[in-house]
Each structure stands twice: as structure tokens, then as C-alpha cells.
Design a protein around this ligand. Structure first.
Ligand SMILES: [Fe+2]
Length: 500
């Protein structure tokens, strides 16, 4: 059975390969995001003392976590990558050795569908069914993952319910509800300030005030949460923060909530006549303290870092000037396919708190995203960001794939690049500061870690780069015990927090 007229061919995703550790129904579904490097891996395992090519320095001390979709049951309708059951893959580093563990995230949807043995919810492409228990579409918690207050916290793109996992065993500990908080949902891309241990987060939805912004204390309790009034329902994705301020996003890519209620379909529109707005609020500020800055219309997925420079707030991230391009084929999957074909570039915004002036512009034009920087320096000035290079359509970029690691110097716009190799695709990287690093250390004193899968052999590895010079290639390759499909976000937990 096919649910779309989109050909799964060597040109679009590579050879369709039959995997024993994938659910066999995928071969009945004509959707590129269920095949090749996206084919779900349903096995869960823990393996110690992984084989390493090269050498793991003692300075790599902590764990790399990556979240992503691993769909279990055959979808009832159209399948989008945000619909796949969330799974965390982890690689632990200590004493020059590495181990691997992976686990599904036990969301309400995962547990109920496991009991029933079938898919029970529609996915994000609808139709949203508001009569279903729990939620109108499946909340998979498959997008982001954060280490916060001693626990791992996976979250979902559509501001779903965050979950809690033991960071060492990956044991599921239920939904993550902050004591004192009345709301249950939280967006992906909450941020932990390693300098204070606090977590900054937001939630958004279709009911006024359409956004809330909160700060959680280092001990896992709520400090504050305030309503942020937006002109209507929005789909923001990330936030920026400095030592004293948080930067919230109100972007002109959104849907009509009345249409969603009436027809059960979320149709995103890019409103080219509406400016992008960034709201700067003191970290512990109240709703009235927010100050909005208007910028050129755009959509923004991910922020690399933000900081204060005198009266200025500087925010680096990847920006899309044209997030909804015209689909060219793909049948019912057309809009999803074109939306997932990320076209973005490295960009800098500057906001003057005294005069209200805005300055913005490209840092570079390379097609990159899934940008990360050294979390030790989040909130204060940084130079470097580590992006994934994304092939454009004419470069065989029919689907979202990462074929190289890019280290940017955002001061100069210069970059170094490491190509993963023909048919080898990576994951979002995480920056691992060298063991014992502080803010007095060099910003790039540490390692950049990613997971890759080679579609020539279907073997997966964790690659470890010396962050000072990624052009040397990986200093260590850690062989993973199973194929790891492409996914979304990754994070690093420091051994100092994890093992002591
Ligand atoms: Fe994201």
C-alpha cells in the first residue's frame, strides 16, 4: 500500500534496503522518511567497551545523547518525521572507553499503542482528532533532549509533554512536571544555563496568551512562569538567552487555529508582509517587561548563542528567508517534503536596548542548520558554532540529511568543513568541553561529537573531533552496536555532573 505518490528511488533516498531490525511494514509505505537512513531501529540494548578506531582522550568525559523518530506501528495516515516514536541513543565516555545504550521514550502514546499493538493517533499532518484521549495527534517526544537537574529531559517539536529519564540507565521516569507549574506542555529547545544550572523554557499553543515563558531553578523546581501575549497562535521553535535576558520569537510562519479546529488540518502559511519579532525580557522579568524588536520576515529554527555587548544584545542562529517553498511533486507528502528540505544560513541579529535599533545580516550563505556551540559559554560572547551541512535539492538533497560538519568563526564568517563521505550521513553534533573546563578555558578546548550512519554498509559510528581543528578528521571512531537512523537533536552531559 502506498500513501503518497513520491518515488522511493536511489535518487531520492538511496537504495531501499531490507533491515531485519526495522518493522517490516515500512516496505508497504511509500514515504522516504521511513527508509534508508531514516528506517526505524526498534531494538533497545546496552553495550559496554565499544570498539574504537583511534584514541579516546581522557578529556572526553560525559555522554552524548541524541533524540529522534523510530516508528513502531504502521501509521494510520500520512507519516511525518515528527510522528516517529521518540528514542534516545546515548554514548558514554569515561577513562578512554565508550559504551552505548538506547531506549524508547515512554510517552502516553507509546504506552497505549504498545498495549493495543497498533497506531491509535494520527500524526502531525492530520487529521487532528480532538475527541481522542490525551491529545489530538500523537505526542512522540522525539525532537530535543536536555540534561537538567540531574535528569534527561526529552521534548517534542509541537510543545508536547516533556519526559524524564535517568541519564545513566535511560530508565523512563514518567512525564517531567516541574513542581509548582500548572501547565503540562513545554516546547522543544528549553535551555540550561550551565553557569547557574537554571533552565529557561517556553510553551506555546492555540489559546491566548499563546505563549508562556518560564525559569526553573537548578534543583528542578519552578522559579517563575509568565504569559507572553502574541497577536495569535504561533509556531516558534527556539529561544536565545544572555546572562540577564531571554529572547523570545514571534515569527510570521504560522497556521490558522480556526481552520485547524474546523477541519483538523494544520496548514502553515508564511506571511511575507508580517515582520519577524524578537521579544527581549529580563530573565526573571514580568510580561510587561518584554520589549519587541521588528526584523525582516523570516523563520528561525535554531539559535547558536546570544550575549550582551554594552547596550546591544547579539543573537547568532540559522535563518530561513523563504521557509515555505513551492512543492514540485510528492503527492500528499509534498508540503512535508518541501518543509523538511531546510534552506537556511548562518545569520546574526543585533538589538540595541537603549535606542531600539536593529541590525541584521548574513554571516555566511552556506546551507547549514542544527547549529550548536559550547554550552559552557551560552549567554556570553562566543566565536564558534558547529553546524551540519545540508545538501540542497540539486545536490541530491531531496530529504533532510547532514553530509558534513562545519565549524564557523562567526566573527569572521570563515569556516572549516569536514565531509562525512559519500553516502555517510551525520547527526546534530554536541560540543564536549574538555574534562575540568571552565569559562577560563578556551572556547574550543574540547571535542565535537556526532553519530553517523554509512549507507554503503549500514554501520553506525560516533565520531569524535578535536574542536580546535575539525579538518584533521575524527580523532576517534566509536563503532556502535547497531544501525542508528537519522534523527533530530543532540546534547552533551558533563561527566562532572553525570558520574559524580
Ligand atoms: Fe529543533
Amino acid at each position: 500500500m502506498s500513501n503518497a505518490s513520491y518515488p522511493i528511488t536511489e535518487e531520492t533516498i538511496g537504495q531501499v534496503t531490507h533491515f531485519e531490525n526495522a518493522p517490516q511494514w515500512i516496505y508497504e509505505v511509500d514515504n522516504p522518511y521511513l527508509h534508508g537512513v531514516y528506517a526505524p531501529t526498534v531494538d533497545e540494548m546496552a553495550v559496554d567497551e565499544l570498539e574504537v578506531t583511534g584514541e579516546l582522550p581522557e578529556g572526553i568525559y560525559g555522554a552524548y545523547y541524541r533524540n529522534g523518530p523510530n516508528t513502531i506501528h504502521k501509521p494510520t495516515g500520512l507519516h511525518h518525521p515528527f510522528d516517529g516514536d521518540g528514542m534516545v541513543h546515548a554514548v558514554y565516555f569515561q577513562d578512554g572507553k565508550a559504551s552505548y545504550r538506547n531506549s524508547y521514550i515512554h510517552t502516553a502514546g507509546y504506552l497505549l499503542e504498545k498495549e493495543e499493538g497498533r497506531a491509535m493517533w494520527p500524526g502531525v499532518m492530520g487529521t487532528f482528532d480532538f475527541s481522542l484521549p490525551e491529545f489530538p495527534i500523537k505526542d512522540t517526544c522525539n525532537t530535543d533532549v536536555t540534561w537538567y537537574a540531574g535528569k534527561l529531559m526529552p521534548t517534542w517539536y509541537h510543545a508536547g509533554r516533556p519526559h524524564k529519564m535517568d541519564p545513566l540507565s535511560l530508565e523512563n521516569l514518567g512525564e517531567y512536571s516541574l513542581p509548582g507549574r500548572t501547565r503540562t506542555n513545554m516546547s522543544a529547545h528549553n535551555h540550561v544555563d550551565w553557569n547557574t544550572g537554571e533552565m529557561l523554557f517556553m510553551d506555546y499553543g492555540d489559546e491566548a496568551p499563546f505563549m508562556t515563558y518560564g525559569v526553573a531553578n537548578a534543583d528542578g523546581t519552578l522559579r517563575s512562569e509568565v504569559p507572553i501575549e502574541l497577536p495569535g497562535p504561533r509556531r516558534p521553535h527556539d529561544l536565545g538567552f544572555t546572562t540577564n535576558y531571554t529572547i523570545l520569537h514571534d515569527l510570521p510562519l504560522f497556521h490558522d487555529a480556526n481552520l485547524l479546529r474546523r477541519h483538523g488540518k494544520m496548514v502553515l502559511d508564511f506571511h511575507r508582509d508580517i515582520p519577524a519579532r524578537f521579544g527581549i525580557i529580563p530573565r526573571y522579568g514580568d510580561s510587561a517587561d518584554i520589549r519587541w524588536f521588528e526584523c525582516e520576515p523570516c523563520f528561525v529554527l535554531h539559535i547558536s548563542n546570544s550575549w550582551e555587548e554594552g547596550d546591544w544584545i547579539v543573537m547568532d542562529g540559522c535563518r530561513s528567508a523563504n521557509p515555505l517553498r513551492q512543492p514540485e511533486g510528492g503527492g500528499e507528502l509534498a508540503h512535508m517534503l518541501v518543509y523538511m528540505r531546510n534552506e537556511t544560513n548562518n545569520y546574526r541579529w543585533r538589538f540595541n536596548l537603549k535606542t531600539g535599533e536593529v541590525r541584521e545580516g548574513d554571516i555566511d550563505d552556506l546551507n547549514t542548520e542544527f547549529n550548536k556551540s559550547n554550552q559552557m559559554f551560552h549567554g556570553v560572547k562566543t566565536q564558534y558554532a558547529y553546524h551540519q551541512h545540508i545538501p540542497l535539492l540539486h545536490e541530491n538533497g531531496h530529504t533532510l540529511r547532514f553530509n558534513g560538519l562545519v565549524k564557523y568563526n562567526n566573527e569572521t564568517g570563515q569556516y572549516d568543513k569536514w565531509d562525512y563521505g559519500d553516502g555517510v550521513f551525520g547527526s546534530e553534533a554536541a560540543f564536549a568541553p574538555v574534562k575540568g573546563a571552565t569559562r577560563d578555558s578556551d572556547e574550543d578546548d574540547g571535542y565535537v561529537i556526532t553519530m553517523v550512519t554509512d549507507s554503503n554498509t549500514w554501520k553506525s559510528e560516533a565520531l569524535v573531533f578535536d574542536a580546535r581543528d575539525i579538518t584533521l578528521g575524527p580523532i576517534a571512531r566509536v563503532k556502535l552496536p547497531q544501525r542508528v537512523p537519522a534523527g533530530f537533536h543532540a546534547t552533551w552531559a558533563r561527566g562532572e555532573d553525570l558520574y559524580t
